[in-house]
Design a protein around this ligand. Sequence first.
Ligand code: G6P
Ligand code: MN
Length: 436
Amino acid sequence: MSDKQIVTIAGGGSGYTPGIVLTILNHKEFEVKEIRLYDDDPIKNEKMEIIISYILEKGNYNITFKRTEDPKEAFINTDFIFSQIRVGKIEMREKDEKIPLKHGIVGQETCGLGGFSYGIRSMKGFLKLVEDIQTYAPDAWILNYTNPETIVAEAIRREYPNIKIINACDMTIGIEEIISKSFGLDRSNWIPIYYGLNHFGWYDSIYDVSLGRDIMPEILEKIKKEGIDVSGEEPSWAQTYENMKVIVENFPTHIPNNYLEYYLYPNLTIKQTDPTYTRANQIMEGRLQQIDDTVERIKDGKATDLDYESSGHGQYIVDIAASILHNKNDRFMLIVPNKGAIPNLREDAVVEVPSYVNAKGVEPISLRFNIPDFHKGLMEAQVASEKLLVDAFFENSYQKALEAFTLNQTVPNASVAKAVLDELIEANGNYWPELK
Ligand code: G6P
Ligand code: MN
């Protein structure tokens, strides 16, 4: 690979794009000569073009920049694709959240049936994206954080088992950062062992290099006694981290991924959610409004410093790219086909485990221990229901979709599964393949 890279951001119109671009611009080990924004929505893409052009001009960067809605232009000769597409955009996220809630069950973008609704849309959109990338840039690396990640990664595992893709999620970093901040610790000293599915896993240990021991037991005690410090968090994230205390009080042996709240305490999360104003509505008035406001200020000549900064989200993805580029063997939690990484879990599951990243791609570690039955049982049910969903997608099978929905851990019985499935078929229209 040449020294300076070409990067294409797929889903360029997203509110995360400025943070990612700023991270790229500030990163010492990832030099770019060209940034491309690709989106199928010209209006969103054009707004982001205005913001990114402003950032590049203001900082006097000597970087070629373009926005395009044409896949050929987006991908030809590119080195890296960062994918953050959201098929159906925020309007469909709102439906994913609100429709299950109407039926009294969890309504969330990546968990429960909202996640399944999004999962079918995402498979369709992401497979098309990968097809285009394989046509125009088969040698490029795809760094994917398109949700819901386990479902998307399972579809890719089946259709394109050998492509250059890395599936990554920032949630474990988010958890480690807030724990470090809460208890005055320094996560740069940590070697964590974590296992699970995406947004569905547990820490097994956190070895602190400076102390020379596993500090997870102490962290668990602190979470139980003091809870996590949520000052400075947005209210819905603060609530999520507060709920981790509830999980740890009842299951005190492992630090959980916060998303397990939806599977272990669905009633609590439902009670904490306003079914008429969900996270999608908060984002419409927050992150998305911020795009329009910024564009307005730039057009009026009133912009000076923008309210954007390099993001944790972007940092993670650019660090992975740098680790490939410079063969650094840095370690990340990544989403990979199991193939024995978790020895007592089916090998065709897609799991999230510590992995090293180098010029060859991802080298996941094998845990070399069996995970506890409680975690294994929960994961197996989740893997089976997600696999059935992916089957439903590829086979156009209503029956498989109903089985997937019924098996989902947030669903109390088959009649609720069917009612929500039927409503989501209506709501998704052409975003879903026809299920017969
Ligand atoms: C975390 C998860 C992402 C998810 C995001 C949602 O970062 O790891 O997978 O997309 O949260 O955040 P939002 O602000 O959109 O609710
Ligand atoms: Mn995630």
